[in-house]
Design a protein around this ligand. Structure first.
Ligand code: SAM
Length: 292
């Protein structure tokens, strides 16, 4: 029996056999620590009733662990040079399908209908290419698919922003964009030494699960995120200053904004990082009702 793909020895052997020249531009850092892979699959609570979508299988280290526990695995890999490698390393796992595609261009609902017919519980588990973490996450959360969970590895600093609470430095527009859609929890961190080649950042696993329904919805999603972006435009300035940059300093506008803040019991001097998602939604809606 061959050792796991993820062992450092086998990872190096595979890279040598296929003459794999790592593409930094595609964020290729191969996880080569079987224990960490087990912990990722555990965090995702993958069982044989789950189908799993993986982004960027690389040489198949995580794919292999997923294939052993899931019903089926559907993995999207952009790099053509890795296709023959994956065909070999994953040959023992008939429940794996590899699709050569850019994940940012994949219609996930159609891909699931095509490759995972009859799927009832679909989870995403991936060690993401870090250069496109945010667009991939947004694509997954905005897809017309209700994922049971999304468990992904990313740069530690980004993981901290995703799971930040109000009032902290890491809390910002990205935190709120995720919080609007799913509940984020930082599961555990991973040292850069667990990868071949070593990246120059540490990593962390974030688990996203369906969030409790919002008590108040924004009248318009784009308006909510326009407001959030504007309120964090100058992080060190007050909410009041950012609102004036966003909506203007006309006396009538300022009067309405002041009245709205007063209504919501918000001190004009507070900073945006103090405001929760519910706070931003309320602010968006109350300003809109008053014609701002
Ligand atoms: N899953 C492997 C592991 O854990 O060792 C590899 C992870 S590596 C950090 C990221 C992988 O994503 C690479 O295999 C890379 O080629 C692939 N990738 C990069 N951009 C991609 C894209 N736009 N669509 C699909 N895969 C992509």
């Amino acid at each position: 029996k061959r050792p796991d793909i993820a062992t450092p020895l086998r990872t190096r052997a595979i890279m040598n056999t296929y003459g794999i020249a790592v593409k930094k531009s595609l964020g290729q850092n191969f996880l080569s620590d079987p224990n960490i892979l087990t912990n990722i699959v555990d965090a995702a609570e993958v069982t044989e009733s789950d189908d799993v979508i993986e982004v960027g299988p690389g040489i198949g280290a995580l794919t292999e662990q997923l294939a052993r526990r899931a019903k089926r695995v559907l993995a999207f890999e952009l790099d053509q040079q890795l296709l023959p490698v994956l065909a070999d390393t994953l040959a023992p796992y008939p429940n794996v399908t590899i699709v050569n595609a850019d994940i940012l261009k994949v219609d996930l609902a159609s891909a699931i209908a095509e490759h995972l017919p009859g799927a009832t519980s679909v989870k995403v588990v991936a060690n993401l290419p870090y250069y496109i973490t945010t667009p991939i996450l947004m694509g997954l959360m905005n897809a017309a698919v209700d994922f049971a969970s999304i468990v992904v590895m990313m740069q530690k600093e980004v993981a901290e922003r995703l799971s930040a609470v109000p009032g902290t430095k890491a809390y910002g527009a990205l935190t709120l964009a995720v919080d609007y859609r799913m509940q984020a929890k930082l599961a555990f961190t991973v040292s850069r030494t667990a990868f071949i080649p070593q990246p120059n950042v540490d990593s962390a696993i974030v688990k996203l699960t369906p969030r409790a329904p919002l008590t108040e919805l924004p009248f318009d999603e784009a308006a909510l995120f326009h407001l959030i972006k504007g309120c964090f435009a100058h992080r060190r300035k007050s909410l009041w200053n950012n609102l004036q940059s966003l909506f203007g300093k006309a006396p009538a506008t300022k009067a309405v904004m002041a009245e709205t803040l007063d209504d919501l019991a918000l001190e004009p001097s507070i900073r945006a990082e103090r405001l929760s998602l519910a706070g931003f939604i309320a602010l968006t809606n109350r300003l809109h009702e008053r014609g701002v």
